[in-house]
Design a protein around this ligand. Structure first.
Ligand code: ATP
Ligand code: ZN
Length: 644
């Protein structure tokens, strides 16, 4: 449909900021340019990788290593040479992108891939009073939402489900799914062998449980003097897949209601000499390739390796890390784009899986699980980019009645692939877009200021440059322009227990926490509590206050059903349950976390599975949008309830 004259005028005189020039961003920039936008600024901190080329169509192989923002600009200028595109190869969290920077734009369009940056942009848009069009895709699923201060909810009005975590004992002792083995391989074993040794690691606990062992914990993973890499690898192998399993088996209680795991030793399939010979030869024969698969001549990443092949990959990868990448050792963190790391983790997970009677997986699958990857679908990105542009045009015309949050489904639901719903109202108890204080339950006699800063202010509240005040007393501050004595004073405060600060923080205290860059300020009411459940409340503190849906809106049909009716906690536990029950759990996790922030998730997924008979309980569907997307107009539109 061609744009109207007014729309074109609004488009032409607008100045827009795009954040992210990846999968969505490339499509979006192209669509904006072709829709007549003339002044576009793009921020992206990344350079182009080969793995981007299959869907980020503005990029070619020759661009690998160059700035995404700059190359995207050049590519679009080739077919729209007269428009202005300003690229920034930078992190959107950099201080130069402050509130004043944001104020110059009519609308901000996000094409990001992480919660942290999304929250940051949300706050700057609120502070600068600039509308934000937010988006996300996961495989075939996608979503676009409009966040306009005072009119619709902000990105943080509903808490996001946190990424799935697993109980430690499931990972260390009683895995029952392949994903548990993957988590063990990458978070524990990989980290222990190649990462920062000073970090606590539950693999330690496991080995030190072994009272019969004469070796102390630290020794096990340390390479011994005069031990060659082949011997070292086999010792580690035998320790984690053999000895540790034997130790675990000795605890009869654990296995009463579970299948007993089987210890696996390298000698079961590799004669001592043969292996050493093979390992050495292959490593030397392939100097240039740092890939255990290449060394061993395994080519197909979609093939499931045999236990012997997994064993060889494990030993070869370990050897290659030490032989070819020694300087990385001690600082490595698992990275899904690191071939050798993926090979090692796949093999380790497969061997452990075999031990526990869990089916093995191919490298391709293991990589997907380890990296929380749902393979991107270019078409979804293109659809989402189109929807972002449509919403951006409405925003430019301040056409707030027409704003829609749109879900892109994997399967048609009532013949609809795209499901537009009215945006929700701002959550009146959102600590980000309203002034509602938060509540923190904490043991003020045990927790230190550092715990509060790390676990609450940075991790939960997402502040990067925090300032903490108790009344007029400054307890903590970050910044480049601090005096030496201030720095020393704050450092000392961090180590103090809350109740012992010079201005004591106890039950009833109100703390003010502020992020100067984000111009976000909130109050936190402190409530003292003695005990915390170690499993359920591992932080030793509980932050609450903005999680509730707006109480006062219960009578409003739309809100109470879609936003309030299924409270966020209900919808989260539903997601969690699905994860537990579903073997495809990782896929669901990513979908839940980033792209679907609303409490309406449960309802929508019910729809897409065709469970709902009428649309009565679902989100409000827009009549005109329906016409575009429905083959037959048989939805009972009298059931619609609108937000006025
Ligand atoms: N804080 C940030 N500042 C600037 N750009 C960011 C920030 N966080 C993420 N981005 C950018 O957002 C884009 C997201 O794109 P996309 O989801 O397609 O990910 P990708 O990194 O291109 O691909 P993949 O992760 O799937 O390999 C990336 O180009 C990334 O650089
Ligand atoms: Zn909000």
């Amino acid at each position: 449909m061609a744009a109207s004259h007014q729309q074109l005028q609004a488009i032409k005189k607008s100045k827009v900021l795009m954040v992210g020039a990846g999968g969505i961003g490339c499509e979006l920039l192209k669509t904006l340019a072709l829709s007549g936008f003339q002044d576009i600024h793009i921020i992206d901190m990344d350079t182009i990788e080969v793995s981007n080329l299959n869907r980020q169509f503005l990029f070619r192989r020759s661009h690998v290593g160059q700035s995404k923002a700059k190359v995207a600009r050049d590519a679009v200028l080739r077919f729209r040479p007269r428009i202005n595109i300003t690229p920034y190869h930078a992190n959107v969290k950099d201080p130069e992108f402050n509130v004043d920077f944001f104020k110059q734009f009519n609308v901000v369009l996000n094409g990001l891939d992480n919660l942290d940056a999304r929250r940051h942009v949300n706050r700057l848009c609120l502070a600068a009073d600039v509308p934000l069009v937010e988006s996300g895709t996961t495989g075939f699923l996608g979503q676009v939402a409009v966040h306009v201060k005072g009119i619709s909810e902000c990105y943080e009005c509903q808490p996001k489900p946190t990424p799935k975590s697993y109980p430690v004992c499931t990972i260390t002792s009683t895995p029952s799914k392949f994903v548990h083995c993957i988590v063990w391989a990458k978070e524990l074993l990989f980290a222990k062998l190649f990462g920062d040794k000073s970090q606590d690691n539950d693999l330690n606990v496991r080995s030190s449980d072994a009272t019969s062992s004469s070796q102390n914990t630290e020794d096990v993973f340390e390479r011994r003097v005069a031990e060659d890499l082949g011997q070292y690898g086999r010792r580690i192998y035998d320790h984690v897949f053999g000895y540790n399993i034997e130790v675990a088996l000795s605890n009869e209680e654990t296995w009463k209601s579970r299948n007993r795991p089987k210890p696996i030793y390298s000698r079961d399939f590799l004669p001592e000499k043969l292996n050493k010979q093979n390992g050495k030869d292959s490593a030397i024969a392939n100097h240039s390739s740092v890939s255990a698969m290449a060394s061993l001549g395994l080519k197909n990443p979609q093939e499931v390796w045999s236990l012997l092949e997994n064993t060889r990959i494990f030993l070869e990868a370990l050897e290659l890390f030490f032989a070819k990448r020694e300087k990385d050792i001690g600082s490595l963190v698992f990275d899904k784009d690191d071939q050798l790391a993926v090979e090692f983790v796949t093999a380790a997970a497969n061997i452990r899986a075999t031990s526990f009677g869990i089916p093995m997986h191919s490298l391709f699958d293991a990589k997907g699980i380890a990296g929380n990857i749902v393979h991107a679908v270019a078409t979804t990105n293109a659809i989402i980019a189109g929807l972002i542009t449509i919403e951006a045009i409405k925003v430019l015309q301040s056409n707030s009645n027409r704003y829609r949050m749109t879900y892109c489904n994997e399967y048609p639901s009532r013949k609809m692939l795209l499901m537009p719903v009215k945006p929700f109202e701002p959550n009146k108890s959102c600590y980000v877009c309203s002034e509602t204080p938060l509540l923190l339950e904490v043991n003020t006699n045990h927790s230190k200021l550092r715990d509060f800063v790390e676990k609450v202010v940075k991790s939960k509240l997402g502040m990067s440059l925090p300032l903490i005040m108790h009344g007029t007393a400054l307890l903590y501050e970050v910044g480049d322009d601090l005096e030496e004595d201030e720095v020393a004073n704050y450092a000392a405060n961090l180590e103090k227990v809350l109740a012992e600060l010079s201005s004591p923080v106890v039950g009833g205290t109100v703390l003010t926490v502020e992020d100067l860059q984000q111009e976000l300020k909130c109050n936190i009411n402190i409530k003292h509590r003695d005990e915390f459940d170690e499993e359920k409340e591992p932080d030793g503190m509980v932050l609450s206050g903005w999680t509730g849906a707006p109480q006062t809106e219960k009578d409003n049909g739309n809100l109470s059903v879609a936003n309030g009716g299924s409270t966020s906690s209900t919808s989260q536990s539903t997601i969690q349950k699905t994860e537990e029950d579903d073997d495809d759990e990782i896929k669901i996790i990513t979908t839940g976390v980033d792209i679907n922030p609303s409490g309406s998730k449960r309802k929508l997924s019910e729809f897409s599975k065709g469970k709902g008979k009428t649309i009565k309980e679902g989100p409000v569907i827009d009549e005109e949008d329906l016409m575009v997307m429905l083959d037959d107009g048989d939805i009972d539109t009298t059931k619609k309830k609108r937000l006025e």
